[in-house]
Design a protein around this ligand. Structure first.
Ligand SMILES: Cc1cc2nc3c(=O)[nH]c(=O)nc-3n(C[C@H](O)[C@H](O)[C@H](O)COP(=O)(O)O)c2cc1C
Length: 387
């Protein structure tokens, strides 16, 4: 067994084990991928302040996200098609998160359904909602999430229309994969993945197939999805969905202070500063660079979380020190899942936890609540002088 010391180790194994179309689906951003790249490279511009002779005994990374206790403020982000990265992927990831003590967020576009994940887990998870034109379907989806005792609704706002990722079009991405000469040739080299997939019934979009009239196969579903995301979503509709849900609401995809103020107005419990991991508006700024202006606008009135670009515990530390009160990992846990299933997600969380803990200690901090900009060296022009 390979010695896994960093997230990149998991990524290398992931690339070997999972069919190319699903690796490419994860490892791409929209159009030129500028935002995708800068999400990670902008973290590198922030440097850490080494401090010494501070008693570092009794350290803890524990904290809270929307009032829930967490082992560290790092949730698993909603990732569509997770069950194509590894058989029963959503169940495996949810179990790893539950055991580790961090929140798991199930995507609307998951392979395993809300009910299937609820059946195999013991703690409430969060459900991510894509708003669809079919309001009745959205209502039923919300009822299903309630029935499954999901403890937060994460409403994604930055995907009313799909950003173009070139590789997905070239690969003919579908779930399950369509059997063309190219996919068959690639699948032949991924036999462990294939055998595991044969062992599960969860191979289509579990929240959708069987829950919408006229949808029985994946080909129909692809067309239906493209047609169904709601381009007319606005703050009024968000307020209605919040009321329908009646529980904690997190608004995901906020990248601008003005939108953060609107999120506050509709009464969200938290926002996620996010550009969807660079998969939507290419050319948008990285999340970490937009964080300061959003914190200035609403930081003292609402929980501000961040995702996009986090690949290490040091990135988590930087986001928290900049002022975020929670973070999410998308690709970092998918690498682990594709590489080694549930154990791989656990390993990804362990790696990030250790990096966070050791970095905190070397910065002279013992608990999450002590983290502030004191820990960082931020270049003067970090967020830039844009107009
Ligand atoms: C393969 C993939 C699929 C995703 N699917 C969804 C989704 O279904 N719903 C959603 O709100 N965000 C989705 N996202 C965005 C993630 O929730 C998150 O914002 C992003 O992954 C964070 O960036 P990171 O991957 O650099 O950590 C997806 C991201 C990836 C990489």
């Amino acid at each position: 067994m390979a010695v896994i010391t960093e997230i990149n180790d998991l990524k290398r194994i992931y690339e070997r084990r999972v069919p190319r179309m699903f690796y490419d689906y994860t490892e791409s951003g929209s159009w030129t991928e500028q935002t995708f790249r800068e999400n990670t490279s902008d973290f590198d511009q922030l440097r850490l302040r080494q401090r010494v002779a501070v008693d570092m005994t009794g350290r803890s990374t524990a904290g809270k996200m929307i009032g829930q206790d967490v082992t560290m403020p790092v949730a698993l982000a909603p990732v569509g098609l997770t069950g194509m990265q590894h058989a029963d992927g959503e169940i495996k990831a949810a179990k790893a998160a539950e055991e580790f003590g961090v929140p798991f967020t199930l995507s609307t576009m998951s392979i395993c359904s809300i009910e299937a994940v609820a059946e195999k887990t013991t703690k409430p998870f969060w459900f991510q909602l894509y708003t669809m034109k079919d309001e009745d379907f959205v209502r039923r989806l919300i009822e299903r999430a309630k029935a499954a005792k999901c403890s937060a609704l994460v409403i994604t706002l930055d995907l009313q229309i799909l950003g173009q990722r070139h590789k997905d079009l070239k690969n003919g991405l579908s779930a399950p994969p369509k059997l063309t000469a190219k996919t068959i040739a690639n699948l032949a080299t991924k036999w462990t993945w294939g055998l595991q997939m044969l062992g599960t019934k969860n191979r289509g979009f579990g929240n959708i197939v069987g829950h919408v009239d006229g949808i029985s196969d994946a080909a129909d579903l692809g067309a239906w999805t493209a047609e169904q995301f709601d381009p007319a979503l606005d703050w009024g509709k968000i307020a209605k969905i919040k009321e329908m849900w009646g529980g904690k609401v997190i608004l995901k995809g906020i990248l601008d202070a003005e939108d953060a103020k609107m999120a506050l107005k509709v009464g969200a419990d938290a926002i996620i500063v996010s550009n969807h991991g660079g998969r939507q508006l290419d050319g948008a700024m990285s999340s970490i660079k937009m964080l300061p202006s959003i914190l200035d606008a609403v930081g003292d009135q609402i929980e501000v979380h961040l995702d996009s670009g986090i690949r290490s515990g040091q990135d988590v530390l930087k986001a928290l020190a900049m002022g975020a009160s929670g973070t999410y990992i998308g690709r970092a846990f998918v690498y682990g899942l594709g590489a080694m299933g549930q154990a791989g997600v656990t390993r990804a969380l362990e790696v990030i936890h250790k990096e966070l803990d050791v970095s905190m200690a070397l910065c002279g901090k013992r608990v999450i609540s002590e983290l502030d900009q004191d820990v960082l060296l931020v270049p003067k022009d970090f967020s830039g002088d844009w107009r």
